[in-house]
Write a protein that binds this ligand. Structure first.
Ligand SMILES: Nc1ncnc2c1ncn2[C@@H]1O[C@H](COP(=O)(O)OP(=O)(O)OP(=O)(O)O)[C@@H](O)[C@H]1O
Length: 326
């Protein structure tokens, strides 16, 4: 493992920010660090980046114990904070060259790396403008380039997608997948769970400073999940579900489309009360369960119009965890 955390504790006065966290992140994979506000994600990332000392526990990055071989560990680690502060008088290019120099790269290598990374994060046209003119999202992208300057083996990214526009989010996802495919270890915290679904291989859930759960995203997708099933006729749909013995509940989604026969604009003229389109939520075991449900419904003559997961796998796993804790 190129990143491991064992029983780490860290308090700020009486606040126990980390209360025995353990996790591992493997090379070649993107690991998502997920948890509610204040669960300790930033504190943990700061410790991994060597910027905060834990009260107890062991942290190893790139094979090095951060407490013992801090320099060697930091040389292998790229760190992107949630808000990247730059020196506003420097240009974007100068910011990257300064960091390259700090990592003791030769000036010509630093210059080449800065140009290459500005291209990667689509900031070439801002290369020679003061960093102060960059928008929040552009600063985030510069922060990502900064984290990559010394070609690190381990990447720690705190909310990297915050402030990014949709195009830049896609670019970020593609870049992180590529970095993982090159064999790097990528640990990324985010609140946008649907985004992590598409980006992450593994997930670690933090809750109140502890590791609440961990596992692969694929296994979260294969487990029981809620799916949204809609049909042209709500009564036909629910009659079939009842006869098939399936557990369902009305789909009270916010826009009212799925709430049932009398609820929305879809119950058009002539549909009659109770006869219109509608949708339900059903618990389904993995994609195979969904395929079987759809096949059986169609075979039974139910006029199905759609079947889709109600939210991402990580979101559902996260909400289930929160539910358990209540
Ligand atoms: N420097 C500090 N001084 C005092 N308390 C702190 C400090 N840093 C963090 N904390 C506390 O430690 C806990 C964990 O904070 P942390 O920033 O690690 O959470 P987080 O999971 O990153 O939250 P968010 O999702 O809101 O970014 C919180 O209760 C926070 O108030």
């Amino acid at each position: 493992m190129s990143l491991s955390v064992r029983a780490v504790h860290r308090s700020f006065g009486t606040v126990r920010a980390l209360d025995g966290v353990s996790l591992e992140a493997r090379p070649g994979a993107v690991t998502a660090l997920i948890g509610p506000n204040g669960s300790g994600k930033t504190t943990l990332l700061l410790i991994l980046a060597g910027l905060l000392v834990p009260d107890a526990g062991e942290v190893r990055v790139g094979g090095y114990d951060v407490a013992v071989h801090g320099y060697a560990a930091r040389a292998r680690t790229g760190w992107m904070p949630d808000a990247f502060g730059t020196w506003d008088s420097l240009t974007a290019r100068e910011v990257l060259r300064t960091f390259a120099a700090a990592y003791r790269m030769a000036p010509d290598r630093g210059a080449a790396r800065a140009a290459e990374l500005l291209e990667t994060v689509h900031l070439t046209e801002f290369a020679d403008r003061p960093a102060s003119v960059l928008s929040r999202g552009q600063k985030q992208r510069l922060g990502l380039a900064r984290a990559l300057v010394h070609d690190p083996e381990v990447l720690l990214l705190d909310e990297p997608a915050s402030g990014l526009d949709p195009r830049s989010r896609v670019d970020l996802r593609v870049l992180l997948r590529r970095l993982a495919a090159e064999g790097r270890t990528v640990l990324v915290s985010s609140h946008v769970l649907t985004e992590l679904d598409e980006m992450a291989d593994d997930a670690v859930f933090l809750s109140r400073g502890r590791t609440a759960a961990s596992g692969s995203v694929a296994s979260a997708e294969a487990g029981p999940r809620t799916w949204r099933l809609r049909a042209l006729s709500f009564p036909a749909l629910t009659r079939w579900l009842d006869s098939a013995g399936a557990a369902w509940r009305p789909d009270d989604d916010a826009d009212g489309r799925g709430a049932g026969p009398d609820s929305g604009p879809d119950s058009g003229p002539g549909a009659g009360p109770g006869a219109g389109p509608g949708g339900v939520l059903v618990e389904v075991q993995g994609e195979e369960g969904a395929a079987a449900l759809l096949r059986d419904a169609v075979a039974a003559g139910v006029p199905v119009t759609s079947l889709a997961p109600a939210g991402g796998a990580l979101e559902q796993a996260y909400l289930a965890l929160e539910e358990e804790r209540r």
